[in-house]
Design a protein around this ligand. Structure first.
Ligand code: FA5
Length: 348
């Protein structure tokens, strides 16, 4: 057995000397000193030997382990030193370009939102925010949408059942219009505000509908405000955001909290003047609705105790994602929140 240990020592040291890199050294360690390594196996079989021989072989085996461990340590140090020397020898190329630092950028919706708010700020509107978690009163009742009103189907949303008794009174707002009421409760005319924020709907998503999207509400209340002021404001907004060449149109529409009501649409950027029934964006109509608007209904003004003989106002609510689709010529709203960097990195 002692001979066997001597042979093992010679073999091990020769093999170690031949190892060229760290992985070869590691393989050597496993082969000789690992749990199933050759030396370990010999030491483990000592139990079968007579006592005297066991002592001798055991002592020699332990010495050999120390020898091999020391040789391993020495070999590792030598390899490390060789690696450092090789690096030091490599010439330093000071002309190599630096590694580019990847810059983040603003999400296209954030950029569009800022541009929308910038356009209205320039026209004298103040920016105000309201709660995303709303009550039934502000989201619906105060806007003339009682519990049995069919418009509630269009604006179904996520509800919070606070008492656990099925009573539905807290919800994720379906539009930013509740803030019209909140603002008028707090302030007296003249009022000119825009309210940006997230809105939520129970929606079958498609190329132009998301279940979470952003709106910007606008509200102006003063003496002598007319539909012509609304039209002029929206036209100026559209020019600032889309430039002169994009066509916009106002058509009559219905919202319970305005009278009269209108929608503003832009011409379709996908089928461009050649309406295509298969078009995912306009479905052949040639137009895509960007916002709803109108003159604030007198009953809404009365709900907040405004004198309807003195004051009139206009309001609008626009979809920010829709505006971003139109500006950048994108064919599907779902790209915005799919978190694909190849898509997101194309904007500015
Ligand atoms: C409203 O939400 C009204 N509050 C707008 C309003 C305000 C009318 C003030 C009158 C006065 P509507 O449901 O049509 O209306 O939504 C307004 C805009 O939000 C739409 O024109 C569209 O641009 C956008 N929008 C609506 N639903 C979605 C959706 N699922 N995904 C993305 N954008 C949407």
């Amino acid at each position: 057995m002692l001979d066997e240990l001597r042979t093992l020592e010679e073999r091990a040291l020769t093999d170690l000397a031949a190892a060229r890199d760290e992985s070869a050294v590691e393989a050597w360690r496993v082969a000789y000193l690992g749990r199933k390594g050759r030396l370990t196996l010999i030491l483990r079989s000592l139990g079968n030997l007579p006592a005297e021989e066991r002592r001798q072989v055991g002592a020699a085996g332990n010495r050999l382990r120390e020898t091999l461990e020391a040789a391993l340590e020495e070999k590792r140090r030598a390899l490390q030193a060789a690696r450092l020397a090789a690096v030091a020898q490599r010439p330093l190329d000071v002309t190599l370009p630096g590694r580019p630092v990847p810059f983040g950028r603003l999400h296209p919706i954030t950029q569009t939102l800022r541009d929308i708010l910038g356009a209205f700020s320039a026209m004298g509107f103040e920016i105000v925010e309201g709660p995303e978690v709303e009550t039934d009163y502000y989201n619906f009742e105060a806007l003339r949408i009682p519990r049995d009103h069919p418009a509630r189907d269009l604006w179904d949303t996520l509800w919070v059942d606070l008492g656990g008794d099925g009573e539905r009174s807290i919800l994720l707002r379906t539009h930013t219009s509740p803030d019209q009421v909140r603002i008028m409760e707090r302030l007296q005319p003249p009022i000119r505000v825009v309210v940006p924020g997230k809105t939520y709907r129970h929606e079958a998503t498609d190329a132009t509908h998301e279940w979470m999207f952003h709106q910007v509400e606008g509200l102006a209340v003063d003496q002598g405000i007319t539909l012509a002021d609304l039209k002029g404001t929206l036209e100026e907004f559209a020019r600032r955001l889309f430039g002169q060449e994009r066509q916009v149109r106002l058509v009559q529409s219905y919202y319970p909290f305005v009278e009269p009501g209108v929608d503003l649409a832009v011409d379709c950027w996908i089928c461009r003047g050649n309406p295509d029934p298969e078009c995912r964006v306009c479905r052949g109509s040639g137009w895509l609705e960007l916002l709803g608007a109108g003159m604030v209904h007198p009953e809404v003004l009365r709900n907040v105790r405004y004198d309807t003989e003195r004051y009139t106002g206009f309001a609008f609510g626009m979809g920010v994602e829709r505006i971003a689709l139109a500006r950048y010529g994108i064919d599907d709203i779902r790209h915005f929140y799919a978190d694909d960097v190849r898509f997101l990195s194309q904007f500015r």
